[in-house]
Design a protein around this ligand. Structure first.
Ligand SMILES: Cc1cc2nc3c(=O)[nH]c(=O)nc-3n(C[C@H](O)[C@H](O)[C@H](O)COP(=O)(O)OP(=O)(O)OC[C@H]3O[C@@H](n4cnc5c(N)ncnc54)[C@H](O)[C@@H]3O)c2cc1C
Length: 820
């Protein structure tokens, strides 16, 4: 290994500088080298692997919470199989397989749904019974096992050796490694990174990759980039030798006990993912923590270890060789932080691996290297994109409180609609107390408390989770019906509001948006922003407020990404400024056939179809206040979004509620918004559409103004695709069995063969069954005829449920209602 030594001096410049020589940094170096990028420098504060990597347990288990995590793990598995032969460095790979236990019917249902999706991503898995678990794991107690799942290709590796192998491969290709070389400063100019300053000198570079593990937050701060992660204590125990234990013993994952158990040199290793974890060094990670350990807290671990002994009773009679505690970094949502920073070009991040950094490390290197070299990731990585994070999340107290919950979440029940319980109430609308008084059961998105559904008088606004109809099913049904039959009020203050202003605002926006934004003042335009490949980076509304001013509205969780996208794609010479004005306005969304009656009674002006046409906006006087009213819909009904300056919001809300009482106005939550939009087949960005889906696939090409002057980003890619047969199309499904529920990732079968996955699903109360959206892929093309005549079924766990399929929405296919 190269290291800092007297005969080697640090180069003065490099194409890429990687900060950190753990699994992430070495894997990115290896993969950049594979792409022919060898003018790469890796700077390590101490020695390679000396942060967190050296003490990882090395589990390679592929079925993860999300498709992205699963694909990253699957790639790692393939890479680690060939790495030893390729580099000559042993990796300690043992392909022993893994078994995951389900101790409750609900966990079995979750696992069945999960492994069915994983099969679609190429993961081998089968359900086994308790007797088979016993045969594979004779020392395990299986009396409480309801179901179990065997992943024959899973295994384990030695994290230090794998990292060395990656470093060896990279170094052979020409990447330079410098150990004992902490980075102490990062220089930038004009919004781009320009150099790193290290203990061994300055290196000029246009690309920096922050792979500093639990220090990544501090390294980010050197550059003014938020990397919201926090270290927490993480434990495993190694017993004394146990007879009958051998290396081929599958890894046993026991979510009921938040534990995994595996062989380790004739002994047993027990890893614990506590439900309530303990953050470590909230004020900052010490700069000299090298191959460090945290003194273990035996009292704290005792109950967990006792529960592990119930699973493998021989442990209770076996001595303990080591109780190990080490720090690992966790994020606010149990997903990684990867990609280019939203506010500094050329500054990439790969950190926050939530104790999955080894098993995903190969995939992380593969994705990051392409992202750096080609400017985009080779697959949809939104769920791990650092641009989903928000600056406020770097608040140390927030992170410390949240990681208490994050650490254990992977082993807990992954209920549909599950809500975080820690670090809540970060952002509240000024209407919060009124909504609570109306019965709101709040959920969290991007830190905002948002009403998901409203409890009736005497009903507690609390979730009772399950895989079938949950306790709020009827509340949702009533809210859903109110919007279809009378009028509903959605409080959507969390939505991001962004002003685009300046002499060149129209020109700049028109190149970024698919739709033609050269519209008269007061016109609302529904559009997408595309990448160069034609993939959908944003899905939003644009309202022209003045000749030189536009308002962009998008979901709160996409705000960082959309703002960065706009700033990066507005050409430098344009006079155009992007400003986030989200917090200045509340948003009340009034939808339903009686919304016109309600608003006419309350607000100034002509609300008739001719006086206030669909797709237009204007300032209105309402109650004692004023608002910007947009006539658009995300639920498929007549309705208006009211953007109310915060000081007027309480008065306007009170006036709406009072006037609505006699019309049957009902408070409606985000679950109703979702069930209504799925019923109407409106797409949701990050579920149904994303950077890998084109408007052609998604049935959204009607937004594309093909002939507008100057075109739009992604147009050429779309034109090339447009001339080819459609091999992938977004379809709406309706289950024929009203008791079956759809959520996400259920496989779609066409004439018995898998052709895609459900991207979002919910019970559609007007249609009387669960509805969902999902892509159907067919090499020979997906014609209207195929969708109309094919035999569709959805695979829900063990059940194959017949479904109707359509390209036009089942509900109001000709979109008469919003325009009425
Ligand atoms: C007890 C335990 C068990 C685990 N078991 C597993 C498992 O079974 N499977 C799994 O997938 N994951 C596991 N993990 C998680 C895994 O270890 C981590 O996710 C992974 O090692 C993170 O790798 P990294 O490269 O991001 O960070 P690190 O390995 O910490 O590397 C970051 C590097 O950056 C360097 N650095 C920091 N600051 C600077 C600076 N200013 N300049 C230069 N260099 C700097 C550090 O010295 C360090 O070497 C476990 C973690 C723990 C704690």
């Amino acid at each position: 290994m190269n290291s800092a030594s007297s005969d080697r001096s640090l180069p003065k410049q490099a194409r890429v500088v990687i900060i950190g020589g753990g699994m992430a940094g070495c894997s990115i170096a290896y993969h950049l080298a594979k792409l022919g990028w060898t003018d790469v420098l890796l700077l390590e504060r101490a020695q390679l692997t000396s942060g967190t990597t050296w003490h990882a347990a090395g589990l390679l288990t592929t079925l993860r919470d999300t498709e992205t995590q699963t694909r990253l793990a699957a790639y790692s598995q393939q890479l680690f199989r060939r790495l030893e032969e390729e580099t000559g460095q042993a990796t300690g790979l043992i392909e022993c397989g893994s078994i995951q236990l389900a101790l409750t019917a609900a966990k079995a249902e979750e696992m069945r749904r999960g492994y069915r999706a994983a099969q679609s991503w190429g993961i081998e898995c089968r359900e086994i019974d308790a007797a088979e678990v016993q045969r594979m794991w004779p020392l395990a107690y299986v009396g409480d096992v309801q179901a179990a799942f065997h992943f024959p290709n899973d295994g384990r590796i030695n994290p230090t050796d794998v990292t060395r192998a990656l470093a060896k491969g990279a170094r052979r290709a020409g990447v330079a490694f410098f150990e004992n070389c902490p980075v102490t400063a990062i220089e930038q100019h004009g919004g781009r990174v320009t150099a790193v300053i290290s203990a061994l000198g300055r290196v000029a570079t246009g690309i920096v990759v922050n792979c500093a593990g639990m220090w990544a937050r501090q390294v980010g701060q050197l550059a003014g980039v938020d990397v919201p992660l926090q270290a927490a204590e993480h434990y495993y125990l190694i017993s004394e030798a146990v007879a009958g234990v051998h290396p081929r013993l599958p890894i046993l994952r026991d979510p009921g006990r938040s534990a995994y158990i595996r062989e380790e040199a004739g002994k047993l290793m027990v890893g614990i993912f506590e439900d309530v974890a303990r953050p470590w060094r909230v004020g900052g990670i010490p700069p000299d923590f090298t191959f460090g350990e945290i003194p273990p807290d035996w009292d704290r671990m005792q109950p967990h270890l006792e529960r592990a002994c119930e699973r493998v009773p021989v442990l209770a009679q076996t001595g303990v060789k080591l109780l190990f505690c080490g720090p690992e970094s966790f994020t606010a949502d149990h997903n990684y932080l990867m990609g280019e920073a939203p506010n500094l070009r050329g500054f990439f991040v790969a950190a926050g691996f939530n104790s999955l950094g080894i098993l995903s490390g190969g995939g992380v290197g593969f994705v990051m290297a392409q992202w750096i070299a080609q400017g985009n990731a080779p697959m949809d990585v939104w769920s791990v994109n650092v641009r989903r994070a928000h600056a406020w999340q770097n608040n140390p107290r927030y992170l410390a409180d949240r990681v208490v919950e994050t650490l254990g979440i992977g082993y807990q029940e992954h209920w549909p609609f599950r809500q975080w319980t820690s670090a809540r109430a970060v952002k509240r609308s000024i209407l919060h107390e009124r909504l609570a008084a109306a019965g709101a059961c709040f959920g969290e998105s991007a830190g905002w408390e948002r009403p998901n559904w409203y409890a009736r008088a005497g009903q507690k606004p609390e979730y009772q989770y399950g895989w079938g109809r949950q306790n709020w099913f009827e509340n949702n049904a009533e809210e859903h019906r109110a919007v279809r039959e009378t009028v509903g009020l959605f409080e959507q203050t969390s939505f991001a509001k962004i002003l685009i202003q300046g002499r060149d605002a129209e020109l700049a926006l028109n190149r970024i948006a698919t739709a033609d934004c050269r519209v008269p003042v007061g016109k609302v335009v529904y559009t997408q922003f595309l990448n160069e490949r034609g993939g959908i980076e944003a899905d939003l509304s644009v309202t022209r407020l003045a000749a030189d001013r536009f308002l962009v509205v998008t979901a709160a969780f996409t705000a960082t990404h959309v703002i960065a996208w706009l700033r990066e794609h507005i050409e430098a010479e344009r006079h155009c400024i992007v400003t986030d004005v989200s917090d200045g306005w509340c948003m009340l969304n009034i939808q339903g056939p009686r919304s016109r009656e309600l608003l006419s009674a309350l607000a100034s002006g002509d609300w008739s179809n001719a006086g206030f046409p669909f797709g237009t906006a204007r300032e209105v006087q309402i109650g004692y206040g004023q608002a910007l009213a947009l006539r658009i819909t995300y639920v498929g009904e007549l309705g208006w979004e009211l953007y109310v300056p915060v000081p007027f919001a309480i008065g306007v809300y009170d006036a709406v509620v009072e006037a609505g009482a006699s019309l049957g106005l009902r408070h409606c939550g985000y679950h109703a918004l979702n069930s209504l939009r799925i019923e109407k087949a409106y797409r949701d960005w990050s579920h149904d559409i994303g950077p890998d889906d084109t408007p052609l696939d998604a049935g959204l090409s009607f937004t594309c103004a093909w002939e507008k002057p100057g075109g739009f980003i992604g147009r050429e890619a779309l034109l090339a695709l447009r001339s080819q047969p459609r091999r992938r199309r977004l379809v709406q499904f309706l289950l024929r069995d009203p008791d079956a529920m759809l959520y996400h990732n259920e496989p779609i079968l066409l004439n018995g063969a898998r052709v895609g996955l459900i991207t979002s699903g919910m019970f559609a109360h007007t249609l009387g069954g669960a509805a969902g959206l999902g892509y159907v892929s067919e090499e020979r093309g997906v014609s209207d005829e195929l969708i109309a005549s094919g035999r569709f079924e959805i695979l829900i766990g063990d059940r194959t449920v017949p479904a109707r399929a359509t390209l036009k929405p089942f509900y109001d296919p000709t979109a008469v209602r919003p325009r009425s």
